[in-house]
Design a protein around this ligand. Structure first.
Ligand SMILES: NC(=O)c1ccc[n+]([C@@H]2O[C@H](COP(=O)([O-])OP(=O)(O)OC[C@H]3O[C@@H](n4cnc5c(N)ncnc54)[C@H](OP(=O)(O)O)[C@@H]3O)[C@@H](O)[C@H]2O)c1
Length: 326
């Protein structure tokens, strides 16, 4: 397969955890990418199964059997807790790595690993051998907050309150009774209430890194849809901002995967696309100047596989947008 890739002038890449939701999405994006070739795809219990990719049949091999040195870059889409050790093996084999798990994200490791929130870490990602891909909620929340954090307009000592809802693929493909169709359909409920979700450490580190002393209060919810995240973020401000959307439009001008809109973002706008769609609206009727910022992403694309591929494109010297669905 590597010879085929070289003959076709394509760069060989591998995917660990290719039978999972994020890994499958990655394989599908790689299959349509003009510059990449899938050198191998691995699974755990489902190794030996075949997956169909754009007319090709790929056999899932055991992760332990992956020829890591046959790839220029390997995506690790393994569960958190299992991924970091494999990233080390990937680097030892001479390949670059993009880790989709939380293992190497800020707040989870002492190592200084580049945090692949592409729109604000572009230069570091392009130089990196290993990138920690952000979580799905953090991608939706931090990119929506970034223009405000960068201009220092969040009120000192503020609590930024985030209510966000995700489709069920966000929980991975391991069978769970509470995620059965008959449990989820027609329902809407919060989970992880109490401000201790696994994604908070990376979000807190990121906010602190911008110089803001604001705190986050994050409550996730489960939506009865397969994919998508909608985040509603309430931000107390230092001062009134006359035209809040102008700030977002200026910060994200020319960004291929950020959509700043007058209208309220919805999941149907972003499904199967590598975009974050966002808006900001002034809250009336309260004394503290406050903005309500909303953002929507597809958790499996911009929230996982798409952003991972965006980072990989930069790490491999390709056009950042190549092979990505707008
Ligand atoms: N789902 C999302 O929206 C999303 C978004 C951002 C980041 N992520 C991150 O991406 C990673 C994958 O998430 P996912 O939702 O795709 O999970 P998933 O559907 O549960 O898939 C996990 C993958 O890892 C394999 N695996 C499980 N245990 C393993 C082990 N002990 N050793 C080796 N392989 C093992 C599974 O193989 P078998 O199928 O053969 O068991 C499967 O291929 C996670 O770290 C997650 O936090 C997910």
């Amino acid at each position: 397969m590597q010879l085929y890739a070289l003959f076709m002038h394509k760069i060989p890449v591998g995917v660990l955890g290719a039978s999972g939701y994020a890994g499958r999405e990655l394989c599908s994006l790689i299959g349509r990418h003009p510059g990449l070739d899938l050198a191998f795809a691995t699974a755990n219990e489902r190794s030996g199964e075949q997956i169909r990719l754009n007319g090709r049949s790929i056999q899932l091999i055991r992760t332990e059997s992956a020829p890591l040195d046959s790839a220029a870059l390997v995506f690790s889409s393994l569960p958190h807790g299992h991924s970091a050790a494999w990233v080390k093996k990937i680097l030892d084999a001479g390949a670059k790595a993009v880790d989709l798990s939380s293992d190497l994200r800020p707040g989870h490791t002492e190592q200084q690993i580049v945090y692949g929130l592409t729109e604000c870490r572009r230069a570091e990602v392009a130089e990196a051998d290993v990138v920690a891909n952000p979580g799905c909620y953090p991608t939706a929340i931090l990119l929506a907050l970034l223009p405000l954090l960068e201009c220092g307009d969040v009120a000192s000592g503020a609590t930024i309150s985030v209510s966000a809802a995700s489709g069920t693929t966000g929980a991975g493909s391991t069978a769970r009774t509470d995620l059965l169709f008959s449990e989820v359909t027609g329902d809407f409920r919060a989970y992880g209430v109490g401000n201790n979700h696994r994604h908070l450490p990376e979000m807190r580190e990121f906010v602190r890194g911008t110089g803001s002393d604001a705190e986050l209060l994050f409550t996730p919810h489960l939506l009865p849809v397969a994919r998508g995240i909608l985040a509603t973020i309430t931000v107390p401000l230092r001062r009134n901002i006359a035209d809040p959307l102008a700030l977002w439009k200026e910060r994200y001008s020319g960004e291929p995967f950020i959509e700043v809109t007058e209208s309220l973002p919805a999941l149907r706008d972003v499904a199967h696309r590598n975009v974050v769609r966002m808006t900001a609206i002034k809250a009336s009727g309260i004394s503290t100047p406050t903005l309500v910022v909303l953002s929507a992403i597809d958790n499996l694309v911009k929230g996982a596989a798409g952003q991972a591929l965006q980072n990989a494109n930069l790490m491999l010297g390709l056009d950042e947008a190549e092979g990505l669905p707008h």
